[in-house]
Design a protein around this ligand. Structure first.
Ligand code: 1GP
Length: 237
């Protein structure tokens, strides 16, 4: 992989190291045709459970990246690393604080070519990540666009991530983000539990992230892969 290691991803499964997944389910996920697996979670992420999940995914060829949200869970050996910066919070530790701490400790080991910052905009107030970071989730479209421009134009972050984790978000907000984004890759995640929702999000976001449904309805989760690829097929006609 090179500096653009994530730019071709259209569909991604996000796996939580704290949650159990059987070998059979993991195999189905890794062989599903998804473009990548992201390992990440908002709570309970440790070195041990991250290494364990990574080594199980490593049996397959699929790209596998780590979203580094705690220092404990910073594990070498992934194909790529994402470092989230939460843009819609007043709590500086979630914008730059923990990240600086990480760089102080592990800065000389960071594989820079395979590391990308994500401008996170958390829009579901019920999500663990929102509570943890004190995100101001009730944004107007205008406020959202300002966040997107901050990430994309001013900070020139490679990824802008609209995060509705746990619920399917407003597509009008995603559309507004899509219009505002210039160079960044737009990720959408949250509440995708059917091919229809996957297709809706994939029509607007460059990369669609599917998480929770994997643990509750594997068949529906797997069907989201084909739905995203189909959107591209239709657009090419
Ligand atoms: C979570 O954006 C991802 O970080 C996916 O959200 O778990 O709701 O699918 P869900």
């Amino acid at each position: 992989m090179n500096g653009n290691w994530h730019s071709h991803w259209r569909h991604v499964f996000k796996l939580d190291p704290e949650r159990d997944i059987s070998d059979e389910a993991l195999e189905a996920v890794c062989l599903s045709g998804t473009d990548a697996i992201i390992v990440g979670g908002s709570s309970g992420v440790t070195f041990e459970n991250t290494v364990e999940l990574m080594s199980r995914i490593r049996r397959y060829e699929v790209d596998c990246a780590l979203e580094v949200s705690t220092l404990d869970g910073a594990v070498p050996g992934f194909d790529g690393y994402f470092v989230p910066l939460v843009l819609n919070t007043d709590r500086a530790e979630w914008i730059l604080g923990h990240q600086l701490e990480g760089l102080r400790e592990y800065g000389s080991f960071v594989p820079w070519e395979e590391t990308a910052a994500q401008g996170y905009i958390i829009l579901n107030g019920e999500a663990t990540a929102a509570k943890l970071t004190g995100a101001k989730t009730a944004l107007t479209e205008e406020e959202l666009v300002a966040c997107v421009r901050m990430a994309d134009r001013l900070m020139r972050l490679p990824v802008v991530y609209l995060e509705y984790s746990g619920r399917f978000g407003e597509m009008a907000m995603l559309r507004a983000a899509k219009r505002a984004v210039n160079g960044a890759q737009l990720f959408y995640g949250g509440g995708i539990d059917s091919p229809e929702k996957a297709a809706e999000a994939a029509a607007l976001a460059q990369t669609v992230v599917v998480g929770n449904v994997l643990y509750v309805d594997l068949v529906a989760a797997l069907a989201t892969v084909g739905a995203v690829k189909k959107v591209d097929g239709i657009n090419r006609l």
